[in-house]
Ligand binder design. Structure first.
Ligand SMILES: NC(=O)c1ccc[n+]([C@@H]2O[C@H](COP(=O)([O-])OP(=O)(O)OC[C@H]3O[C@@H](n4cnc5c(N)ncnc54)[C@H](O)[C@@H]3O)[C@@H](O)[C@H]2O)c1
Length: 265
């Protein structure tokens, strides 16, 4: 259960299409208090403040802080403002789309890949290092991943980062068991967000899901299902679950080949 009136920090809000926003809604509807982080005030002005999907009143009511997870001091300053967190969500990823994603896997841009690795995988450990001392009774940390067991078109180096992120989840789960902090990942199917729109060929991923996922998957509609799974994993209802990657992808990860005509509705 989400603990009523306790605080859940959700990192990685960009606009109302962000998975972070859907997670915030899910946790709030269960009675939790939600604080979001965005990368910077500039990003808020450009993306969040201009979005038309929520009204000004709702926007102004949100508690939004700022944190670049690659800047240690910003992470320190963020967590200094808390003393009793129930949970933390890491919904953050980046790789230069020109070099790390797209039709060609090979690239010479090793620095871009290092930056992407820092933001998308290493930062979960940075966040956990500063978050756990602020979770005195224990709690939950949940990261967002995408199927890294298989190689998808265009996803290239982000797939590598997600494999690393899932390994970081397991390392942290082992390290923080003694703190009663559980660390898990939710592996989501493709969702139409700003990060997704930067993946050249994102439509192809949607098409793969349309052909093969046993349960119908809609990239425009299914963020809420992902959010509810995060809400479960971060809560005490998942008390004995740690180090896991829970797939919320319509079952796509378990099928071989496409669904045949007689298997469809
Ligand atoms: N959209 C999908 O199809 C999908 C599927 C599976 C997993 N995910 C994962 O879900 C998470 C959230 O992505 P989203 O799809 O909601 O997109 P999004 O663009 O809304 O969110 C990505 C966030 O990462 C933030 N970010 C980038 N660099 C940062 C930095 N240095 N410090 C702090 N924040 C930084 C961005 O500002 C943004 O808020 C990511 O980990 C993504 O890989 C997305």
């Amino acid at each position: 259960m989400i603990e009523k009136d306790r605080t859940y920090l959700i990192m990685g809000l960009l606009d109302p299409n962000s998975i972070a926003y859907a997670i915030g809604k899910s946790i709030e509807s269960a009675g939790g208090k939600v604080v979001y982080t965005m990368l910077s005030e500039r990003m808020k002005r450009i993306f969040f403040d201009r979005s038309k999907t929520i009204d000004k009143e709702e926007r102004d009511a949100l508690d939004i802080r700022f944190c670049d997870v690659t800047v240690e001091q910003e992470v320190v300053d963020l967590f200094d403002t808390f003393d009793d967190l129930a949970g933390v969500v890491h919904a953050i990823a980046y790789v230069n789309p020109k070099t790390g994603l797209g039709p060609e896997f090979h690239t010479e841009a090793a620095e871009d890949l290092t930056t992407g690795f820092h933001i998308s995988a290493v930062s979960l450990a940075t966040v956990a290092r500063h978050a756990v001392p602020k979770m005195p009774g224990g709690g939950g940390i949940v990261a967002l991943t995408f199927d890294s067991q298989r190689a998808f078109p265009s996803y290239n180096w982000m797939g590598v980062n997600k494999a690393a992120l899932e390994a970081v989840v397991r390392g942290l789960a082992r390290r923080h068991g003694k703190d009663n902090v559980r660390v898990n990942a939710v592996s989501a199917g493709p969702l139409m967000t700003k990060a997704a729109s930067k993946i050249p060929g994102f439509q192809d991923l949607g098409a793969l899901w349309a052909d093969a996922a046993p349960i119908h998957w809609d990239p425009e509609e299914d963020a809420a299902a992902v959010a509810d799974a995060v809400s479960f994993l971060i809560s005490g209802s998942a008390a004995k679950i740690t180090g896991q990657t829970l797939y919320v992808d319509g079952g796509m990860n378990i099928v071989g080949g496409n669904m045949l005509p007689h298997e469809r509705p």
